[in-house]
Ligand binder design. Structure first.
Ligand SMILES: Nc1ncnc2c1ncn2[C@@H]1O[C@H](COP(=O)(O)OP(=O)(O)O)[C@@H](O)[C@H]1O
Ligand SMILES: [Mg+2]
Length: 368
């Protein structure tokens, strides 16, 4: 009898211990998330990286001054970014700097990576890259799969979708049908009813999804008599995690955007369909700039709804989200005016370091 009592007491103690460990664990997980968030907020929620394309045939007209500054010819003041990558930089180096931000989607954050720049500046190379030297997309998905596998205490479910925005119309690139998708706000989320989401369990799944998406994209481009550089490509990954110990669920998203070429099209060049394309691109990219400006100046109204692009990106820009903007430039002196305008766009976003300040403003409207 005594023995049974002892065992029973022991069992009770164990139960208590498990409960205590559970709560300690939950607290620790929360703390980790908060600390990471704080660190990112100190650094700014939008990090801006400049990368100059490599070209074996021409000299680079830009001067790279250390890790953060780049000087354009005939100008005295350099542009400053979180990091600048010269033409010699490798895909690994570029990925390494965006890595921490990307991986925070595993902890339930909305993360967005954007590549902005004129056509031919290396956006697709940086985001997708060739098979033997993959870019940010493939590297981050590979690592996401690894991290999800290694964390034994959490069950993860990864889903991917791929869309294209052409002339302010959203197309599902994983679907055979050409019906445009509608974009709706649902609380803090954005939903596109009917959007296909595919399970990602292995590297082969990623490969298949990417192949299907790019096949559908080129079919659509041929039908519309357009080029891929005239549309925005968005690859979205949802990471759902459930903690095996506590049962707590988290949902993070990783949104990877290869934006349409930012070059200004001359008036004589742009007629008919090209004029419509240029106007749609201009509208969405300038809306993106306006969103950065509104976030930067702590405006209470951020004009996300001015374009399909910014509407879809709303949950991943601002608030608790983390974003990396790659501003991509050409090394050629002939492209200098586009290069400077791209660097100005990046510089505008670079100063969005006010995630914390914006929060203070909205929490404390009288500013007291
Ligand atoms: N860092 C780089 N190193 C080597 N080749 C590059 C690099 N960046 C771009 N390229 C090459 O330059 C060309 C234009 O790049 P691309 O990524 O297609 O530009 P964009 O998508 O901005 O129009 C492609 O042939 C690409 O392979
Ligand atoms: Mg491209």
């Amino acid at each position: 009898m005594q023995g049974v009592k002892k065992i029973y007491a022991c069992d009770l103690n164990l139960g208590e211990e498990v409960e205590e460990l559970k709560s300690l664990y939950t607290r620790e997980a929360l703390q980790r998330k908060l600390l990471y968030n704080e660190l990112q907020e100190l650094r700014g929620n939008i990090r801006v990286f400049l990368r100059c394309r490599y070209d074996s045939r021409s000299q680079c007209c830009l001067k790279f001054l250390g890790d953060n500054e780049v000087l354009a010819p005939n100008s005295k003041k350099p542009f400053t970014f979180d990091k600048v990558f010269s033409p010699k930089s490798s895909q690994e180096e570029v990925y390494e700097d965006a890595r921490a931000v990307i991986m925070s989607c595993v902890d339930g954050y909305n993360v967005c990576i954007l590549a902005y720049g004129q056509t031919g500046s290396g956006k697709t190379f940086t985001m997708q890259g060739p098979a033997n030297d993959p870019g940010v997309n493939v590297r981050s998905l590979k690592e996401l799969l690894n991290v999800c596998e290694q964390r034994e205490n959490v069950t993860y479910n990864l889903k991917a979708s791929m869309i294209e925005i052409y002339n302010e119309t959203v197309h599902d690139l994983l679907s055979d049908t050409v019906n445009p998708l509608e974009v709706r706000a649902q609380g803090t989320k954005i939903v596109m009813p009917g959007l296909i989401e595919m399970q990602v369990k292995s590297l082969q799944d990623i490969d298949q999804i990417m192949k299907l998406g790019s096949k559908n994209r080129s079919v659509a481009a041929t039908k519309m008599n357009s080029q891929s550089s005239r549309s925005h490509l968005i690859f979205m990954v949802t990471v759902e995690g459930q903690d095996k110990t506590t049962g707590a669920c988290s949902t993070g998203t990783l949104t990877l955007c290869d934006l349409a070429g930012s070059e200004r099209v001359s008036k004589t060049e742009a007629t008919g369909q090209r004029l419509v394309e240029a106007a749609a691109i201009n509208k969405s990219l300038s809306s993106l700039g306006q969103v950065f400006t509104a976030l930067k100046t702590g405006q209470l109204h951020v004009p996300y709804r001015n374009s399909k692009l910014t509407h879809i990106l709303q949950p991943s820009l601002g608030g608790d989200a983390k974003a990396c903007l790659f501003v991509m430039v050409s090394p050629d002196i002939e492209n200098l005016s586009e290069t400077v305008s791209t660097m100005q766009f990046g510089s505008n976003a670079q100063q969005v370091q006010l995630g914390q300040a914006k929060k203070n403003i909205s929490n404390n409207p009288r500013g007291s």
